[in-house]
Design a protein around this ligand. Structure first.
Ligand code: PMP
Length: 325
């Protein structure tokens, strides 16, 4: 018998999918870790579980307790599912710029949701800082603190990284991923580099995020906005500290859109926007490295969470973008 014991036991062990159209075009093997197949629908199920189980082990989270987090959506969705499965309450602070689908889903899952104006991290009313203050004021509550809680990247170091290494029989030339908290990129990069120093670890960055300039010049220069959600950074989070970064690739919104529509129409994969940045960067890297290389990236979440945005011509037009041919 092969039976998963509930929601929590079903997280991880996702397939590694060859992205046929991009692989055939470049002569490389471009492989996507299918994190949208996690039971909560995104890569963040792994971090949410790692954070909750670390807090349980350390005695910080007790029966009947509340998990509080500031999140762009997917971490909150993962936390809300796990809280239901384990009997905790969940309180989520989310910027009002995030898609309505994610906000509605959080409420359906039973989380208490507070939407707040999107203000920069340096502002005391930033959603992340606010969530920390709320957790401190509540009894029997923990602050998940995904950006600076190392249980996040450890979850990927112990699960995503080893899965990729086993699924490729150790034949991986490059790892490329965009970063929100950096947990996915960092945990996998740390694990893969330990297996082989030859694995190139490359950060993918949307336009307007500061990480690309940090890698290229040592200075963080965030500017502007990307339509992609859940990724991009204006600071180095604790999860991104002391992590190998060999290079960075920057992908703009029109290119990310072109990539997600190609995945939809030629590969049959209905993906979220950060996947456009990831696969776009993997494609650029494939062209740079030349045929014969194996490049692994992440398919963070599915397209249904962005139906009203990425897959809606009117919304795209309002951002000066068009549905690619
Ligand atoms: N893509 C999406 C859609 C996300 O929600 C997130 C997490 N915010 C990421 C990518 C980045 O993952 P991480 O936080 O592990 O860097």
């Amino acid at each position: 018998m092969d039976i998963k014991h509930g929601f929590v036991d079903s997280i991880g062990h996702t397939p590694l999918i060859r992205l046929n159209s991009f692989s055939d075009e470049t002569g490389c093997e471009i492989l996507g870790k299918a994190e949208f197949l996690n039971p909560g629908g995104s890569v963040k199920d792994r971090a949410a579980l790692g954070i909750i189980e670390t807090a349980e082990k350390q005695g910080q989270l007790k029966p009947g307790g509340t998990v509080v987090e500031g999140t762009a959506g997917n971490t909150g969705i993962g936390l809300a599912h796990i809280c239901n499965a384990k009997g905790y309450k969940c309180l989520i602070v989310i910027p009002d710029t995030q898609s309505q689908e994610k906000i509605d889903l959080l409420r359906t899952l039973g989380a208490e949701v507070r939407t707040v104006p999107a203000v920069p991290y340096r502002d005391p009313n930033n959603y992340v800082k606010l969530s920390g203050r709320i957790a401190a004021e509540l009894d029997n509550a923990i602050w998940a603190n995904q950006f600076d809680n190392l249980a996040n990247r450890e979850a990927h170091y112990h699960t995503t990284g080893p899965e990729i290494w086993q699924q490729t029989d150790g034949k991986v030339d490059a790892w490329v991923a965009a970063t929100g908290t950096g947990g996915t990129y960092a945990g996998v990069a740390l694990y893969l580099k330990e297996q082989s120093a030859a694995v190139q670890c490359v950060v993918a960055d949307p336009m307007g995020s500061g990480l690309y300039s940090f890698v290229k010049t040592g200075e963080i220069n965030p500017s502007g906005n990307s339509i992609t959600e859940g990724i991009g950074n204006s600071r180095i989070t604790a999860n991104m500290e002391n992590v190998p970064i060999d290079d960075a690739v920057q992908i703009d919104d029109p290119e990310a859109l072109r990539v997600v529509y190609q995945l939809l129409r030629q590969d049959g994969l209905f993906m979220g926007g950060s996947v456009g940045i990831n696969v776009g960067a993997a494609y650029e890297l494939a062209k740079k490295l030349g045929p014969g290389h194996t490049i692994v990236t992440v398919l963070c979440d599915g397209g249904a969470r962005y139906q009203s945005r990425l897959y809606n011509g009117e919304w795209l037009a309002s951002k000066g973008l068009t549905v690619p041919d």
